[in-house]
Ligand binder design. Structure first.
Ligand code: DGL
Length: 276
């Protein structure tokens, strides 16, 4: 089916998920939206995040999306169930994939000691969504969660990582090192963009789990069971980018992180038109 898989985030963080999709399902077409005008999502309320997700989903479905990936942990925590319900109520059959459950299942399978660390935005840690998903995957685990309110904004800004950033990362990782976790979930799609710094701070023995690792298999499965997966072995698919803020700023940071040309980035204005 020649319709795109749509991926969205508050900014460039979801590119870490898109990157995995481009590699594992190269024949699919992709449409990426960064809601940069309203970045960051990490301090937003549940109601705000549900409204944003509804507006973005309506826009992407109007653009022909055959499947939606919420490549943002904050939006997944607040809006995944609500969005699925609203889509179903509106008669839409477009599947929606979030990033929390797949990552939690991987983390529960990866830990040997049962002690799992979580680095995430305040919206995500306050939701308790990871604790619930990890307990459902394995009740004999303990989650140590650390909110990192300043981390995604530093990454999104594209400014060079200086000593202050290194100190900030150290401060956020400290409680996880003290708790001797053996597995750390990067519970914000921006964080894999500084993975080497995080791995060095946490130590080589700690297994890092990212949303990108976990999501591509879910997407493939959802496309397949809905009979909308493009057959393997076909030509490479296309991808395009849009954002709600400054397209040049998005392209500059996005190309650096995705390490692929983004082409022209379209600026979109989301109307508050909704799904129902
Ligand atoms: N990338 C978003 C997430 O995964 C968060 C960044 C933000 O605060 O907007 O939660």
């Amino acid at each position: 089916m020649d319709l795109p898989v749509a991926v969205f985030d508050s900014g460039v963080g979801g590119l870490t998920v898109l990157h995995e999709l481009l590699v594992s399902l190269p024949g699919e077409d992709y449409l990426y939206l960064g809601d940069t005008a309203r970045f960051p999502y990490g301090g937003r309320t549940v109601d705000e995040l549900r409204d944003f997700a509804g507006e973005i989903a309506a826009h992407l479905i109007e653009r022909g999306a055959k499947l939606l990936v919420i490549a943002c942990n904050s939006a997944t925590a607040a809006a995944l169930d609500d969005l699925r319900q609203r889509l179903e109520d509106s008669g839409s059959t477009v599947p929606v994939i979030g990033v929390i459950k797949p990552e939690s299942v991987l983390a529960a399978a990866a830990t040997k000691t049962g002690r799992i660390g979580l680095l995430a935005t305040t919206a995500t840690t306050e939701s308790g969504a990871y604790e619930r998903a990890i307990a459902a995957a394995d009740p004999h685990t303990q989650v140590v969660a650390v909110a990192c309110p300043d981390l995604a904004p530093v990454i999104q800004s594209g400014s060079p990582f200086d000593d202050q950033v290194v100190q900030m990362v150290r401060r956020y990782c400290e409680p996880l090192i003290e708790a001797k976790v053996d597995t750390v979930i990067l519970g914000c799609t921006h964080y894999p963009l500084i993975r080497p710094l995080l791995q060095r701070t946490l130590g080589p023995g700690v297994r890092i789990i990212t949303s990108g690792d976990a999501v591509s298999r879910r997407v493939e499965h959802a496309l397949s069971i809905n009979n909308i997966l493009k057959p393997a072995g076909g030509p490479e698919g296309r991808y395009s980018f849009s954002c709600t803020g400054d397209p040049d700023a998005f392209r500059e940071v996005g190309e650096r992180f995705l390490q692929l040309p983004l082409g022209s980035v379209e600026r979109v204005i989301l109307d508050s038109g909704d799904l129902t």
